[in-house]
Design a protein around this ligand. Structure first.
Ligand code: PHE
Length: 453
Protein backbone atom coordinates (compact mmCIF):
# COMPACT_ATOMS: atom_id res chain seq x y z
CA UNK A 1 0.00 0.00 0.00
CA UNK A 2 1.13 3.53 -0.76
CA UNK A 3 2.35 5.21 2.40
CA UNK A 4 0.52 8.43 3.27
CA UNK A 5 -2.33 7.75 0.90
CA UNK A 6 -5.09 10.29 1.36
CA UNK A 7 -8.19 9.52 3.44
CA UNK A 8 -11.51 11.02 4.50
CA UNK A 9 -11.45 13.11 7.66
CA UNK A 10 -14.67 11.60 8.98
CA UNK A 11 -17.33 9.04 8.21
CA UNK A 12 -19.90 11.78 7.81
CA UNK A 13 -17.63 13.53 5.32
CA UNK A 14 -17.41 10.35 3.27
CA UNK A 15 -21.19 9.91 3.24
CA UNK A 16 -21.70 13.48 2.04
CA UNK A 17 -19.03 13.19 -0.64
CA UNK A 18 -20.37 9.86 -1.90
CA UNK A 19 -23.94 11.14 -1.81
CA UNK A 20 -22.61 14.18 -3.68
CA UNK A 21 -21.26 11.89 -6.38
CA UNK A 22 -24.54 10.02 -6.60
CA UNK A 23 -26.80 13.06 -6.54
CA UNK A 24 -26.28 14.85 -9.82
CA UNK A 25 -27.82 15.76 -13.12
CA UNK A 26 -29.11 12.18 -13.07
CA UNK A 27 -31.42 12.99 -10.16
CA UNK A 28 -32.61 16.46 -11.02
CA UNK A 29 -32.43 16.60 -14.80
CA UNK A 30 -32.69 13.04 -16.09
CA UNK A 31 -34.85 11.24 -13.51
CA UNK A 32 -37.78 13.68 -13.69
CA UNK A 33 -37.84 13.65 -17.49
CA UNK A 34 -37.60 9.89 -17.91
CA UNK A 35 -40.24 9.44 -15.20
CA UNK A 36 -42.36 12.00 -17.06
CA UNK A 37 -41.92 10.24 -20.40
CA UNK A 38 -42.66 6.81 -18.96
CA UNK A 39 -45.87 7.58 -17.14
CA UNK A 40 -44.86 8.74 -13.64
CA UNK A 41 -45.76 6.65 -10.60
CA UNK A 42 -45.58 3.15 -12.09
CA UNK A 43 -42.14 3.91 -13.55
CA UNK A 44 -40.98 5.30 -10.22
CA UNK A 45 -42.06 2.09 -8.53
CA UNK A 46 -40.02 -0.02 -10.98
CA UNK A 47 -37.07 2.31 -10.52
CA UNK A 48 -37.23 1.89 -6.72
CA UNK A 49 -37.23 -1.88 -7.11
CA UNK A 50 -34.17 -1.69 -9.40
CA UNK A 51 -32.35 0.48 -6.87
CA UNK A 52 -33.14 -1.95 -4.07
CA UNK A 53 -32.35 -5.24 -5.78
CA UNK A 54 -29.49 -4.21 -8.08
CA UNK A 55 -28.21 -0.77 -7.09
CA UNK A 56 -27.82 -1.42 -3.39
CA UNK A 57 -26.04 -4.82 -3.63
CA UNK A 58 -23.68 -3.57 -6.35
CA UNK A 59 -22.94 -0.37 -4.43
CA UNK A 60 -21.92 -2.40 -1.36
CA UNK A 61 -19.65 -4.49 -3.59
CA UNK A 62 -18.01 -1.53 -5.27
CA UNK A 63 -17.27 0.32 -2.05
CA UNK A 64 -16.06 -2.94 -0.51
CA UNK A 65 -13.48 -3.51 -3.25
CA UNK A 66 -12.20 0.02 -2.72
CA UNK A 67 -12.09 -0.12 1.06
CA UNK A 68 -10.36 -3.51 1.07
CA UNK A 69 -7.64 -2.62 -1.41
CA UNK A 70 -7.27 1.11 -0.65
CA UNK A 71 -6.66 1.63 -4.35
CA UNK A 72 -8.03 3.16 -7.57
CA UNK A 73 -10.01 0.80 -9.86
CA UNK A 74 -6.97 -0.51 -11.76
CA UNK A 75 -4.82 -1.00 -8.66
CA UNK A 76 -7.74 -2.56 -6.81
CA UNK A 77 -8.27 -5.37 -9.32
CA UNK A 78 -4.50 -5.83 -9.62
CA UNK A 79 -4.26 -6.24 -5.85
CA UNK A 80 -7.04 -8.82 -5.75
CA UNK A 81 -6.36 -10.95 -8.84
CA UNK A 82 -3.25 -10.31 -10.96
CA UNK A 83 -5.47 -11.22 -13.89
CA UNK A 84 -5.07 -9.05 -16.99
CA UNK A 85 -8.77 -9.32 -17.71
CA UNK A 86 -9.85 -7.85 -14.38
CA UNK A 87 -7.19 -5.17 -14.50
CA UNK A 88 -8.58 -4.07 -17.84
CA UNK A 89 -12.05 -3.95 -16.30
CA UNK A 90 -10.63 -1.43 -13.81
CA UNK A 91 -9.01 0.41 -16.68
CA UNK A 92 -12.34 0.68 -18.50
CA UNK A 93 -13.61 2.49 -15.41
CA UNK A 94 -10.90 5.11 -15.82
CA UNK A 95 -11.81 5.43 -19.51
CA UNK A 96 -15.47 5.84 -18.55
CA UNK A 97 -14.40 8.63 -16.19
CA UNK A 98 -12.80 10.47 -19.12
CA UNK A 99 -15.86 9.98 -21.27
CA UNK A 100 -18.64 10.79 -18.80
CA UNK A 101 -16.94 13.88 -17.41
CA UNK A 102 -16.32 15.19 -20.93
CA UNK A 103 -20.04 15.49 -21.75
CA UNK A 104 -21.36 15.83 -18.20
CA UNK A 105 -19.51 19.10 -17.86
CA UNK A 106 -21.22 20.46 -20.98
CA UNK A 107 -24.62 20.18 -19.29
CA UNK A 108 -23.04 21.20 -15.98
CA UNK A 109 -21.82 24.30 -17.78
CA UNK A 110 -25.33 25.07 -19.09
CA UNK A 111 -26.65 25.01 -15.52
CA UNK A 112 -24.10 27.64 -14.47
CA UNK A 113 -25.01 29.59 -17.60
CA UNK A 114 -28.67 29.49 -16.60
CA UNK A 115 -27.84 30.82 -13.12
CA UNK A 116 -26.17 33.77 -14.84
CA UNK A 117 -29.00 34.24 -17.37
CA UNK A 118 -31.53 34.28 -14.52
CA UNK A 119 -29.53 37.03 -12.80
CA UNK A 120 -29.34 38.96 -16.07
CA UNK A 121 -33.12 38.80 -16.31
CA UNK A 122 -33.27 36.94 -19.63
CA UNK A 123 -35.51 34.23 -18.21
CA UNK A 124 -38.28 36.45 -16.81
CA UNK A 125 -40.49 37.20 -19.78
CA UNK A 126 -41.60 33.91 -21.27
CA UNK A 127 -45.26 33.41 -22.12
CA UNK A 128 -44.81 29.77 -23.11
CA UNK A 129 -42.28 26.90 -23.14
CA UNK A 130 -41.84 27.59 -26.86
CA UNK A 131 -40.35 30.97 -26.09
CA UNK A 132 -38.11 29.41 -23.43
CA UNK A 133 -37.17 26.84 -26.05
CA UNK A 134 -36.11 29.55 -28.45
CA UNK A 135 -33.74 31.02 -25.86
CA UNK A 136 -32.42 27.56 -25.01
CA UNK A 137 -31.78 26.94 -28.70
CA UNK A 138 -30.00 30.25 -28.98
CA UNK A 139 -27.78 29.70 -25.95
CA UNK A 140 -26.86 26.05 -26.51
CA UNK A 141 -26.57 26.92 -30.20
CA UNK A 142 -23.82 29.41 -29.47
CA UNK A 143 -20.36 27.83 -29.49
CA UNK A 144 -18.94 30.68 -27.40
CA UNK A 145 -21.63 30.38 -24.74
CA UNK A 146 -21.36 26.58 -24.50
CA UNK A 147 -17.59 26.46 -24.52
CA UNK A 148 -17.19 29.25 -21.97
CA UNK A 149 -19.45 27.59 -19.44
CA UNK A 150 -17.93 24.19 -20.18
CA UNK A 151 -14.57 25.78 -19.28
CA UNK A 152 -15.97 27.40 -16.14
CA UNK A 153 -17.45 24.11 -14.98
CA UNK A 154 -14.08 22.44 -15.52
CA UNK A 155 -12.16 25.13 -13.74
CA UNK A 156 -14.37 24.73 -10.65
CA UNK A 157 -14.10 20.93 -10.74
CA UNK A 158 -10.30 21.06 -11.05
CA UNK A 159 -10.04 23.70 -8.34
CA UNK A 160 -11.75 21.37 -5.86
CA UNK A 161 -9.97 18.16 -6.85
CA UNK A 162 -6.53 19.79 -6.70
CA UNK A 163 -7.11 20.46 -3.01
CA UNK A 164 -7.26 16.79 -2.28
CA UNK A 165 -9.63 14.26 -0.79
CA UNK A 166 -10.15 15.79 2.62
CA UNK A 167 -9.30 19.44 1.94
CA UNK A 168 -11.09 19.63 -1.41
CA UNK A 169 -13.71 16.96 -2.07
CA UNK A 170 -14.84 16.37 1.51
CA UNK A 171 -14.72 19.99 2.57
CA UNK A 172 -16.64 21.27 -0.43
CA UNK A 173 -19.24 18.49 -0.13
CA UNK A 174 -19.84 19.45 3.49
CA UNK A 175 -20.83 22.90 2.29
CA UNK A 176 -22.54 22.07 -1.00
CA UNK A 177 -24.70 19.14 0.09
CA UNK A 178 -26.53 20.95 2.91
CA UNK A 179 -27.08 23.92 0.58
CA UNK A 180 -28.45 21.55 -2.06
CA UNK A 181 -30.90 19.92 0.35
CA UNK A 182 -32.06 23.30 1.72
CA UNK A 183 -32.73 24.65 -1.76
CA UNK A 184 -34.65 21.54 -2.68
CA UNK A 185 -36.81 21.82 0.45
CA UNK A 186 -37.65 25.44 -0.43
CA UNK A 187 -38.54 24.50 -4.02
CA UNK A 188 -40.62 21.57 -2.87
CA UNK A 189 -42.62 23.70 -0.45
CA UNK A 190 -43.18 26.25 -3.21
CA UNK A 191 -44.29 23.45 -5.54
CA UNK A 192 -46.81 21.76 -3.25
CA UNK A 193 -48.38 25.08 -2.21
CA UNK A 194 -49.17 26.09 -5.81
CA UNK A 195 -52.80 25.92 -6.96
CA UNK A 196 -53.21 22.72 -8.92
CA UNK A 197 -50.20 21.01 -7.32
CA UNK A 198 -52.30 17.97 -6.46
CA UNK A 199 -52.39 16.89 -10.10
CA UNK A 200 -48.60 16.76 -10.06
CA UNK A 201 -48.61 14.72 -6.86
CA UNK A 202 -51.14 12.31 -8.34
CA UNK A 203 -48.90 11.90 -11.39
CA UNK A 204 -46.09 10.85 -9.03
CA UNK A 205 -48.06 8.62 -6.67
CA UNK A 206 -50.97 7.07 -8.58
CA UNK A 207 -49.60 4.34 -10.84
CA UNK A 208 -50.88 3.58 -14.32
CA UNK A 209 -49.48 0.10 -14.84
CA UNK A 210 -50.28 0.08 -18.54
CA UNK A 211 -47.29 2.40 -19.01
CA UNK A 212 -44.84 -0.23 -17.85
CA UNK A 213 -43.28 -1.79 -20.93
CA UNK A 214 -40.16 -3.92 -21.12
CA UNK A 215 -38.40 -0.87 -22.48
CA UNK A 216 -39.41 1.21 -19.46
CA UNK A 217 -38.02 -1.42 -17.09
CA UNK A 218 -34.69 -1.41 -18.91
CA UNK A 219 -34.55 2.38 -18.79
CA UNK A 220 -35.22 2.27 -15.04
CA UNK A 221 -32.49 -0.31 -14.51
CA UNK A 222 -29.95 1.58 -16.62
CA UNK A 223 -30.73 4.75 -14.73
CA UNK A 224 -30.22 2.98 -11.39
CA UNK A 225 -26.55 2.60 -12.34
CA UNK A 226 -26.07 6.11 -13.56
CA UNK A 227 -27.74 7.73 -10.60
CA UNK A 228 -25.75 5.75 -8.02
CA UNK A 229 -22.47 6.45 -9.92
CA UNK A 230 -21.97 2.69 -10.29
CA UNK A 231 -19.97 0.67 -12.73
CA UNK A 232 -16.98 2.92 -13.39
CA UNK A 233 -15.13 2.97 -10.11
CA UNK A 234 -16.23 6.31 -8.66
CA UNK A 235 -17.69 4.63 -5.59
CA UNK A 236 -14.76 2.20 -5.53
CA UNK A 237 -12.33 5.12 -5.47
CA UNK A 238 -14.29 7.00 -2.80
CA UNK A 239 -14.46 3.74 -0.80
CA UNK A 240 -10.68 3.43 -1.05
CA UNK A 241 -10.28 6.50 1.14
CA UNK A 242 -12.35 4.91 3.93
CA UNK A 243 -10.87 3.39 7.04
CA UNK A 244 -10.66 -0.42 7.05
CA UNK A 245 -13.21 -0.65 9.85
CA UNK A 246 -15.83 1.73 8.46
CA UNK A 247 -19.16 0.01 7.99
CA UNK A 248 -19.68 -0.46 4.23
CA UNK A 249 -23.24 -1.75 4.41
CA UNK A 250 -24.69 1.07 6.48
CA UNK A 251 -22.75 3.67 4.47
CA UNK A 252 -24.17 2.22 1.24
CA UNK A 253 -27.68 2.25 2.69
CA UNK A 254 -27.31 5.91 3.61
CA UNK A 255 -26.02 6.83 0.16
CA UNK A 256 -28.88 4.98 -1.55
CA UNK A 257 -31.38 6.61 0.79
CA UNK A 258 -30.10 10.14 0.15
CA UNK A 259 -29.86 9.66 -3.61
CA UNK A 260 -33.39 8.28 -3.83
CA UNK A 261 -34.87 10.85 -1.48
CA UNK A 262 -33.35 13.69 -3.49
CA UNK A 263 -34.57 12.29 -6.82
CA UNK A 264 -38.10 12.00 -5.41
CA UNK A 265 -37.97 15.48 -3.88
CA UNK A 266 -36.83 16.86 -7.23
CA UNK A 267 -39.75 15.01 -8.83
CA UNK A 268 -42.20 16.62 -6.41
CA UNK A 269 -40.73 20.12 -6.84
CA UNK A 270 -40.76 19.86 -10.64
CA UNK A 271 -44.06 18.08 -11.37
CA UNK A 272 -46.16 20.09 -8.95
CA UNK A 273 -44.96 23.22 -10.76
CA UNK A 274 -45.34 21.73 -14.25
CA UNK A 275 -48.89 20.49 -13.60
CA UNK A 276 -49.94 23.65 -11.80
CA UNK A 277 -49.05 25.56 -14.99
CA UNK A 278 -50.84 23.00 -17.16
CA UNK A 279 -47.67 22.09 -19.08
CA UNK A 280 -46.49 18.79 -20.53
CA UNK A 281 -44.73 16.43 -18.08
CA UNK A 282 -43.40 14.34 -20.96
CA UNK A 283 -41.36 17.13 -22.54
CA UNK A 284 -38.19 15.01 -22.51
CA UNK A 285 -34.66 16.36 -22.00
CA UNK A 286 -35.93 19.92 -22.48
CA UNK A 287 -38.17 19.66 -19.40
CA UNK A 288 -35.62 21.46 -17.25
CA UNK A 289 -34.32 24.04 -19.70
CA UNK A 290 -37.52 24.79 -21.60
CA UNK A 291 -40.61 23.85 -19.63
CA UNK A 292 -39.41 24.95 -16.19
CA UNK A 293 -38.19 28.43 -17.16
CA UNK A 294 -41.70 29.04 -18.54
CA UNK A 295 -43.17 27.84 -15.24
CA UNK A 296 -40.89 30.14 -13.26
CA UNK A 297 -41.68 33.09 -15.51
CA UNK A 298 -45.38 32.71 -14.68
CA UNK A 299 -44.86 32.57 -10.89
CA UNK A 300 -44.71 35.51 -8.51
CA UNK A 301 -41.11 35.77 -7.38
CA UNK A 302 -40.26 33.24 -10.09
CA UNK A 303 -36.85 34.72 -10.69
CA UNK A 304 -35.74 33.76 -7.16
CA UNK A 305 -36.98 30.22 -7.64
CA UNK A 306 -35.34 30.04 -11.04
CA UNK A 307 -32.05 31.21 -9.54
CA UNK A 308 -32.28 28.65 -6.73
CA UNK A 309 -33.24 25.86 -9.10
CA UNK A 310 -30.32 26.32 -11.49
CA UNK A 311 -27.94 26.81 -8.57
CA UNK A 312 -29.22 23.50 -7.22
CA UNK A 313 -28.49 21.82 -10.54
CA UNK A 314 -25.03 23.38 -10.77
CA UNK A 315 -24.12 22.20 -7.26
CA UNK A 316 -25.45 18.72 -7.96
CA UNK A 317 -23.44 18.54 -11.18
CA UNK A 318 -20.27 19.81 -9.54
CA UNK A 319 -20.26 17.30 -6.66
CA UNK A 320 -20.64 14.52 -9.28
CA UNK A 321 -18.05 16.01 -11.65
CA UNK A 322 -15.39 15.99 -8.93
CA UNK A 323 -15.94 12.27 -8.32
CA UNK A 324 -15.48 11.55 -12.03
CA UNK A 325 -12.22 13.49 -12.15
CA UNK A 326 -11.04 11.85 -8.91
CA UNK A 327 -11.19 8.36 -10.48
CA UNK A 328 -8.80 9.46 -13.21
CA UNK A 329 -6.54 11.36 -10.81
CA UNK A 330 -6.43 8.47 -8.29
CA UNK A 331 -5.24 6.15 -11.05
CA UNK A 332 -2.37 8.41 -12.09
CA UNK A 333 -1.42 9.17 -8.48
CA UNK A 334 -1.50 5.56 -7.21
CA UNK A 335 -0.28 3.66 -10.22
CA UNK A 336 1.92 6.08 -12.07
CA UNK A 337 3.32 8.05 -9.18
CA UNK A 338 2.11 11.45 -10.43
CA UNK A 339 1.52 14.23 -7.98
CA UNK A 340 -2.10 15.27 -7.53
CA UNK A 341 -1.71 18.76 -8.91
CA UNK A 342 0.01 17.61 -12.10
CA UNK A 343 -2.56 14.87 -12.65
CA UNK A 344 -5.48 17.28 -12.19
CA UNK A 345 -4.04 19.89 -14.52
CA UNK A 346 -2.97 17.53 -17.29
CA UNK A 347 -5.97 15.20 -17.27
CA UNK A 348 -8.51 17.82 -16.34
CA UNK A 349 -7.22 19.75 -19.36
CA UNK A 350 -7.34 16.68 -21.57
CA UNK A 351 -10.91 15.80 -20.58
CA UNK A 352 -11.94 19.39 -21.16
CA UNK A 353 -10.61 19.10 -24.72
CA UNK A 354 -12.37 15.77 -25.29
CA UNK A 355 -15.55 17.59 -24.21
CA UNK A 356 -15.19 20.33 -26.82
CA UNK A 357 -16.86 18.35 -29.63
CA UNK A 358 -19.67 17.50 -27.19
CA UNK A 359 -20.23 21.19 -26.49
CA UNK A 360 -20.16 21.82 -30.25
CA UNK A 361 -22.68 19.03 -30.89
CA UNK A 362 -25.45 21.54 -30.25
CA UNK A 363 -24.12 24.09 -32.72
CA UNK A 364 -21.17 23.91 -35.11
CA UNK A 365 -21.11 20.12 -35.16
CA UNK A 366 -24.86 19.49 -34.93
CA UNK A 367 -24.86 17.96 -38.39
CA UNK A 368 -21.84 15.74 -37.88
CA UNK A 369 -23.54 12.43 -37.21
CA UNK A 370 -22.39 8.85 -36.95
CA UNK A 371 -25.18 6.26 -36.83
CA UNK A 372 -27.57 9.17 -36.63
CA UNK A 373 -26.05 10.37 -33.36
CA UNK A 374 -24.08 13.52 -32.60
CA UNK A 375 -20.70 13.30 -30.87
CA UNK A 376 -22.39 14.18 -27.56
CA UNK A 377 -24.98 11.42 -28.02
CA UNK A 378 -22.35 8.85 -28.93
CA UNK A 379 -20.15 9.52 -25.90
CA UNK A 380 -23.20 9.58 -23.63
CA UNK A 381 -24.54 6.36 -25.11
CA UNK A 382 -21.23 4.47 -24.98
CA UNK A 383 -20.50 5.50 -21.42
CA UNK A 384 -23.96 5.44 -19.82
CA UNK A 385 -25.55 2.59 -21.73
CA UNK A 386 -22.58 0.31 -22.37
CA UNK A 387 -19.64 0.98 -20.05
CA UNK A 388 -21.60 1.56 -16.83
CA UNK A 389 -23.83 -1.53 -17.10
CA UNK A 390 -20.81 -3.57 -18.22
CA UNK A 391 -18.77 -2.32 -15.25
CA UNK A 392 -21.66 -3.04 -12.88
CA UNK A 393 -22.02 -6.54 -14.32
CA UNK A 394 -18.31 -7.18 -13.85
CA UNK A 395 -18.39 -5.96 -10.25
CA UNK A 396 -21.34 -8.21 -9.42
CA UNK A 397 -19.62 -11.19 -11.04
CA UNK A 398 -16.30 -10.41 -9.41
CA UNK A 399 -17.65 -10.18 -5.88
CA UNK A 400 -20.25 -12.91 -6.39
CA UNK A 401 -18.09 -15.48 -8.16
CA UNK A 402 -14.41 -14.64 -8.50
CA UNK A 403 -13.21 -13.16 -5.22
CA UNK A 404 -12.99 -15.95 -2.61
CA UNK A 405 -16.27 -16.24 -0.73
CA UNK A 406 -14.48 -16.52 2.59
CA UNK A 407 -12.58 -13.30 1.92
CA UNK A 408 -15.72 -11.44 0.76
CA UNK A 409 -17.62 -12.58 3.84
CA UNK A 410 -14.87 -11.49 6.19
CA UNK A 411 -14.47 -8.16 4.38
CA UNK A 412 -18.13 -7.19 4.28
CA UNK A 413 -18.56 -7.99 7.98
CA UNK A 414 -15.56 -5.94 8.99
CA UNK A 415 -16.98 -2.96 10.85
CA UNK A 416 -20.54 -4.26 10.36
CA UNK A 417 -20.43 -7.20 12.79
CA UNK A 418 -23.47 -6.10 14.73
CA UNK A 419 -25.59 -5.66 11.64
CA UNK A 420 -24.79 -9.17 10.42
CA UNK A 421 -25.44 -10.58 13.91
CA UNK A 422 -28.86 -8.95 14.03
CA UNK A 423 -29.81 -9.79 10.44
CA UNK A 424 -28.02 -13.03 9.57
CA UNK A 425 -30.15 -13.50 6.43
CA UNK A 426 -28.74 -10.30 4.92
CA UNK A 427 -25.57 -12.00 3.76
CA UNK A 428 -27.39 -14.75 1.93
CA UNK A 429 -29.80 -12.37 0.25
CA UNK A 430 -26.96 -10.07 -0.80
CA UNK A 431 -25.10 -12.99 -2.41
CA UNK A 432 -28.20 -14.22 -4.25
CA UNK A 433 -28.77 -10.79 -5.76
CA UNK A 434 -25.11 -10.43 -6.69
CA UNK A 435 -24.62 -13.88 -8.11
CA UNK A 436 -27.86 -14.31 -10.02
CA UNK A 437 -30.35 -11.47 -10.11
CA UNK A 438 -27.94 -8.64 -10.94
CA UNK A 439 -25.97 -10.46 -13.68
CA UNK A 440 -29.14 -11.62 -15.44
CA UNK A 441 -30.91 -8.28 -15.35
CA UNK A 442 -27.81 -6.27 -16.27
CA UNK A 443 -27.14 -8.57 -19.21
CA UNK A 444 -30.65 -7.80 -20.45
CA UNK A 445 -29.95 -4.07 -20.22
CA UNK A 446 -26.73 -4.49 -22.16
CA UNK A 447 -28.33 -6.60 -24.86
CA UNK A 448 -31.04 -3.99 -25.15
CA UNK A 449 -28.51 -1.17 -25.45
CA UNK A 450 -26.66 -3.08 -28.13
CA UNK A 451 -29.90 -3.46 -30.07
CA UNK A 452 -30.39 -7.18 -29.55
CA UNK A 453 -33.72 -6.85 -27.83
N1 PHE B 1 -24.53 9.83 -10.34
C1 PHE B 1 -24.34 10.98 -11.14
C2 PHE B 1 -25.71 11.61 -11.45
O1 PHE B 1 -26.72 11.10 -11.06
C3 PHE B 1 -23.61 10.70 -12.43
C4 PHE B 1 -22.35 9.92 -12.27
C5 PHE B 1 -22.21 8.72 -12.93
C6 PHE B 1 -21.31 10.40 -11.47
C7 PHE B 1 -21.06 7.96 -12.76
C8 PHE B 1 -20.17 9.65 -11.29
C9 PHE B 1 -20.05 8.42 -11.94
O2 PHE B 1 -25.77 12.61 -12.10
Amino acid sequence: MTPNREAWGSRFGFILAAAGSAVGLGNIWKFPYIAGENGGAAFIFVYLVCIAIIGFPVLISEILIGRTTQRNPVGAFAALTHSKFWISVGFLGVVAGFMILSFYSVIGGWTIGYVVETLRGSLSNFQSPDEAGVLFGKLSGSPTWSLSYHAIFFALTMFIVIRGVEGGIERSSKIMMPVLVSILVILMIRGVTLDGASKGLAFLWVPDWSKITGQAILIALGHAFFTLSLGMGAMLTYGSYMGKRDNVVSASAQIVFLDTLIALMAGVAIFTAVFASGLDPAAGPGLIFQTLPAVFASMTGGVYFSFLFFLLLAIAALTSGISLLEVVVAYFVDERGWDRKGAVLIFGGTIFLIGVPSALSFNLMADVKIFDKTFFDIVDFLASNILLPFGGLMIAIFVGWIWSTTAVRAAVKEGAEQLFDNYPWFERVWFIFLKFVAPILITLVLLNSLGFM
